[in-house]
Every structure is written in C-alpha cells, then in structure tokens.
Design a protein. Structure first.
Lengths: 296, 445
C-alpha cells in the first residue's frame, strides 16, 4: 500500500485495508490466513448441527432471500449477512476461535456473493485478521477484564475490513464501514458458550452490513475507533490507539495466538472427525472452491 | 430468581392486568408520532441507500411504511427503526434521553404483520417495549449516557426484544431469555452523532431485539444474573447503577411510559426552548423598520452546549446537533420543521451568516426546559424572549391536536391524502384496529 494517509488511526487503518495488495502480503501472514480459513470451515462444519447454529438458522432463514452464500452443513444458501451469521455461530460453537470465526465467516460469505476467489479472498481474510488483531491490541487487557468479548468487538471491525477489502471499497468507504461496525461492538464474555456463539454470528452479519452500507455511500464518523466517544474510549479503560496504525504494512500484529487456541493437527491434536455426510460434503465443496488458496 | 426473570415476571403481570386508560392513550400517542417520523424520513437519500442494500438481499416479506419495496423481516425492522429516528423527531424520554418508540416500532411492525397478531396484544407489546427499555435506562442513568453510550441503541435492543416477545405471547422465562440475549446484542456509541450511524442504532436495536426474541423462542437460555452479575450488562455499560426500577415493586408502582414526550422540532431536544424563544422573535426580524442583526445571544442550560454546541452545520444531520442553527431558522422563518433542518437550509448563506453572529451562553441556573434569546441590532437596540417551559416538555406536552398536526406535516408529503386514515388506524389500535389496518392505510388499500 502507498500514500493516502491522513494521519488519524482510523483513517490510516482504513487506507491500509483499501490499498494493500496481494504482492505486499508476507508469506507468514498468508499462511495464517490459509490456516484460519481451513480451521474455520472445519469448526463450522462441526458446529453446524448444534443448538446455537440451529437457532440462528431458524431465526434468519424464515423469509428466504437471494441464494448468495452457503450455509455450511445445511445445503442451503442465504443472503450473505445471514449465511455468515449462521456459519460464524456454528464455527465458534464447533470450537473455532472467536475472532477468526467471525472474520472468516464474513469474508467467505461475501466472497461467495461477489464471486471473489483466490488471492483476493486470501488478501481480504489476512487484512481482516490483522485489523481485528490491531483493534484487540488497542483495546488492551482492560477490555477483557471489564468483561467484553473480542469476537463481538474487535472481530466486528476486522470482519468489516475483510468484507470491505473483498468489495474493493475506497479508503473513505472503509472508514465509513468502520463506523457502522465499531458502534455495534458488544457481547458479554460471561455469557454461556451458546450465547457467545450467537454473539459471534451476529458480529459476522454486522460486519457485512457495515461494508455494504459503507459501500452504498452511507457515511460514518471520522474517528470511530479512537474518537472521544468511540470504541476504544467506551470499551477499554486503558486503550492504546497507536496499536491501530503503528507500522502498518511493515509490522504485522497478526499471530496464531491472536485467534486463541485451536486444535493443531501438527501437534497431534487433530480435529475430531467431521460428523455427518452433509457437513462433510459442504466442507469438501468449500475447500474445493478455495483449494487453490488453501493449498498455496 | 435473577433480576432478569424478576423483571420479566413483573412485565408479564402487566400483560395480565392490562393497560390503564392513561397508559393506553400515551402508547397510542407514541405510536402515532413514531409512525409519522418513520414515514416522514422513509424516502431520504439515506433510507434509499439502506433499502437498496436490503432489498437486494431478497426475502421480501414486509413493506416498511412509506416505501414500496418488500424487505426481509429483519431488514424491514432495520429500515423502520432507522427512518423513525432519522430526523431526531421521534419521542423522547427526557430523564434518560431515550427515544423508545423507534426500536419498538421497528421490531413490532414486521412481526405483527407476518404473525397477524391482534390489536390489543400489539398495543400491549408496544407499551411494554417502551416501558421496559425506559426502566433499563433509568437504572443506569446518568452514568451510562455520560460514559458515551447512545442509550437509544443500548436500551432499545432490550425494548425491541420485549415488544417482540410480548407480541409472540412469551411466558416470563422466555421473555427473560429474550432480554438476556438482547443484553448481549446491545449497540451504540455517541461518537456517531451527526452521521447516519446514529439512526442506524435505532434500526439495529429493532433488528437485534427481534433476533433476540426469535432465538429465545428457539429455546436459547441465559444466565440468571445476565443483567446484574459481575460480568453482566450493567457492570459493562455503567459505572453506577440502581436496580430498583426493574424490581417488582417499582414496575407495579407506575407506568414510566407516561413520561414520554414528543418533539415540536426535528433536532436534539435540549435546544427546543431556545428555538421556541427564537420563533417568538420572528416578527421582529421581519419588520423592515429594524436594522440588520449584529448578534444573537442564547442563554441556556449547559447541556445545550454539551450536546448541541457545534458552531455551524453543513448538512441537515449536522444541523440537528447545532442549537444555533435551530435558533437561526426560528428567527428567520418563524418555524422549525423538517424543511428548516434540510441540507439546503443548512447551507443557506443567510442562515449561515446568522449562525455565525450567534453565541450560546451556558448558565447552570437555567433549567433544561427554559431558554432566553437576545437579538442585538446594528443600532444597539435589543429584543429578547424568554421561554420558561418549552412546548413538548413534561410541563407543557404537545396536545393531541398538535401531535396530529405534526403527524400530518410528516406524512402528507410522502403519502398524500393518507394521513387521516393512518392516524385513525394508529389511534384505534387495540380498540378497533390492528397493525394490519395500519399497513392497509399506509399502502392505500
């Protein structure tokens, strides 16, 4: 990415999302994005039959809608925000880490809707994960201590970043979308697992709404993250806004640890066998659709 | 029993007991007003953008009032709440500054049409949607808003969930789950004021509340202490709170929805006394015998500066947070309707000149419902007007007639010739009409 920086953390982060290119992605970052997609799809399949995903599906599928994106494990396609909602709910319920469950679900649903594949999809996921990691770092430990849930807060902004990248939004539109995403940040970490999964699901849907509305020309505030009454000020006692933009493009905050613990096949902790033929077929179909990147 | 269930039991008891005549009347006034604002802003450029995005998703089940496109139910809830709050012209509970009608209408309108619920149940659902969110807001005021939360969004989600849950006939346990889920879906930062993200809060509150009710109906259960626990809703969203307003005794003691008010002007309510005072001086401005205005001084409560202190405005949305804009249009045009808060008027050079010559002078001794405007002319002469109790405040509520006039002014430009029929349907809710009659009147069928 180049220029178009206006100096404020939110605007610089938005420009980073809009202007970064595939060629600039470090190999390690690409590998993490691939890993997040693969883990996310497996977790989604594992959680797709659970009560959380079932409740979410019943809630958002009643009126049907355009078949934009796949609901993993249900052989159904729904409008992208709703598909992402069910999939992210399932992913977290299936053992996926909260943050990447949200970012990957919103990215995959929007990519399917827009017909985006390959390196552009991986770029979107990588940028979304990096934004989520940076927002989480900026919120800091006091955010978690107060009782917030990163999957409902930082991941909403990260999901909007991924979706905004996939839509090819301008820096200004990405900044607007940050406004729509940041203001919906919430969720109680003390809630039972089923509800935390539903919070992740709603976060993925909100991320897509934010990108769509920002792309539709609806504007947001100029400082949604670092403003006096923005995300950092309201949801952290000791925020550090420099984490949002320091070293963007040269320093990557994203690490495997940013996602939280996941089962690691290489460490002898494989994912449990995917349950159900339908779920397995969905995973196979999705992996097939993105195999050029997952295998890259 | 946790607090959320105690609150749900108390709300359910309200359902069994029914509304008092006063509460029923105020609920219908609130419905009329918020239906008017939802229709009034339904065809703004921002609503067009939201609807175009939402309609593209398909699943059309409900046509929002004032629109022609059927939208998926959650998307319809989003649009209705968004439009209802867009002009900042909807109902306001002054103690908390919650606008409770928008999220309530947004959740209830699609659900009522799809489920074909009955009028009396809908009236109760609307009343308790308002009542419940006001009580949650009172419990954490003023700490919550002062921290920077947009209380219309955060509490609106819970009110929308209650409205949907009561409409669906939830028992107290399911209603408690709906509220607990809604607490996990709370949204709204005040950073967004002056942008379309602010009305998005009311729309999103409607959408999230409806979702919370649906998830509760599917059997999702919450922790008993989701509201009052160490990591619960109140601990996260306020530094200081008092749980009493949610307890049985206080819920049974009175209907706080009776304190709801309706704005005569489409902007932040704290500026209303100053605008009314300015309108009272309009005749002086028009008098050709008077020299040009040198300056305007507005003596007001400090909250006017805090919430609406921006010195100028370049868009209609910004004008809604610029008390001096309201004063300028009041002086120049003698009124403060939707047109006076449009983008065009915000950019009018004559309005801008007068705004630049005006100053807010905060005074701790000036009550929130009072203001004085002093106009100084170039020859040094002055005129002034003091408003002690502004129209639309608790001490001087809009009459039914004034409310009807406001409704007509909002609806007729969008749906010519239909305002009387829609008002009949809204004001008859629970007696001889239901939401399906409102929808019929809106669509002209």
């Amino acid at each position: 990415m180049t220029a178009a920086r206006t100096g404020t953390p939110s605007a610089e982060l938005a420009a980073f999302v809009a202007l970064s290119t595939w060629e600039e992605m470090p190999r390690t970052v690409v590998a993490l994005a691939q890993r997040a997609i693969a883990d996310g799809m497996i977790a989604t399949a594992l959680g797709s039959g659970g009560p959380a995903a079932s409740a979410a599906f019943v809630a958002v599928a009643r009126d049907g809608g355009v078949a934009e994106a796949s609901v993993i494990g249900r052989a159904r396609r729904l409008p992208a925000p709703f598909a992402a909602q069910v999939n992210a709910t399932a992913a977290r319920d299936g053992g996926g880490p909260g943050t990447s469950s949200v970012v990957v679900a919103s990215a995959l649903a929007l990519a399917e809707r827009e017909g985006v594949r390959g390196s552009r999809l991986l770029l979107g996921v990588a940028l979304g994960l990096e934004v989520a990691a940076r927002v989480g770092a900026a919120l800091g430990p006091s955010h978690l201590k107060r009782g917030y849930d990163l999957a409902g807060t930082a991941a909403r902004v990260g999901g909007a970043a991924a979706a905004g990248s996939l839509l090819g939004l301008t820096p200004e539109a990405v900044l607007s979308s940050f406004g729509y995403a940041a203001t919906t940040a919430g969720g109680l970490a003390a809630s039972p697992p089923e509800i935390r999964s539903l919070v992740a699901g709603l976060a993925a849907a909100d991320a897509i709404w934010a990108a769509l509305l920002g792309g539709a020309g609806l504007v947001g505030p100029p400082f949604p993250l670092e403003g006096r009454r923005g995300l950092l000020a309201l949801e952290s006692a000791l925020p550090d806004a420099t984490q949002l933009h320091a070293g963007l493009g040269s320093t990557w905050t994203l690490t495997a640890a940013s996602f939280g613990a996941v089962p690691d096949p290489a460490a002898g902790k494989p994912w449990p066998e995917v349950r159900g033929l339908e779920a397995a077929e969905s995973v196979a179909a999705l992996v097939g659709a993105t195999e050029d990147l997952v295998a890259r | 029993m946790g607090l959320v269930e105690e609150f749900a039991v108390a709300l359910r008891r309200r359902v069994e007991e029914g509304l008092t005549p006063e509460a029923a009347h105020e609920t219908r006034r609130c419905l009329l007003n918020v239906l008017g604002t939802a229709i009034g802003a339904s065809r703004t450029a921002e609503a067009d953008a939201l609807v175009a995005t939402g309609a593209g998703l398909g699943g059309g089940a409900v046509v929002p009032p004032g629109r022609s496109e059927p939208l998926e139910r959650h998307v319809a809830a989003l649009e209705i709440g968004f439009a209802a709050h867009f002009d900042d012209y909807d109902d306001t509970h002054l103690e908390t500054v919650i606008h409770p009608g928008a999220a309530t209408l947004g959740a209830l309108y699609p659900l009522a049409l799809i489920e074909a619920t009955t009028g009396p149940g809908e009236l109760m659902a609307f009343a308790l949607g308002v009542e419940s969110q006001l009580r949650v807001g009172i419990a954490m005021s003023p700490s919550h808003y002062d921290l920077g939360w947009h209380i219309t969004g955060t509490c609106g989600v819970i009110g929308a969930a209650v409205a949907a849950g009561v409409a669906l006939g939830f028992d107290s346990r399911t209603l408690a789950s709906a509220m607990g889920l809604a607490a996990n879906f709370a949204i709204g930062h005040r950073e967004s004021f002056g942008t379309p993200v602010k009305p998005y809060h009311a729309g999103k509150a409607a959408m999230n509340g409806l979702l919370a009710a649906e998830l509760a109906a599917a059997g999702t259960a919450v922790d008993p202490d989701v509201l009052e626990g160490a990591g619960g809703f109140f601990a996260l969203y306020a530094d200081e709170f008092d749980l009493a307003p949610l307890r049985t005794a206080e819920v049974e003691a009175r209907w706080v929805l009776l304190d709801n008010t309706y704005k005569p002007f489409p902007c932040g309510i704290v500026a209303h006394p100053a605008i009314e005072a300015a309108i009272g001086l309009h005749g002086w401005m028009e008098d050709p015998a008077n020299p040009p205005v040198r300056s305007v001084a507005v003596r007001c409560n400090p909250l006017v500066v805090e919430l609406m202190g921006r010195p100028t405005a370049s868009t209609g949305l910004e004008a809604r947070f610029c008390a001096l804009h309201g004063v300028a249009v009041g002086l120049l045009f003698g009124k403060g309707g939707i047109e006076q808060f449009s983008d065009e008027t915000a950019r009018d050079p004559v309005v801008d000149e007068l705004r630049r010559r005006s100053t807010l002078m905060a005074s701790e001794s000036c009550p929130r419902e009072a203001a004085t405007v002093v106009v100084t002319f170039e020859d040094g002469t002055t005129v002034e007007n003091e408003v002690a109790v502004a129209a639309g405040s608790r001490g001087s509520p809009l009459s039914d007639g004034q409310l009807m006039a406001k409704f007509q002014a909002l609806v007729e430009p969008v749906l010519p010739g239909r305002s009387a029929l829609i008002a009949d349907a809204a004001l008859g809710l629970g007696e001889h009409t239901s939401f399906s009659d409102i929808a019929s009147a809106v669509s002209g069928r």
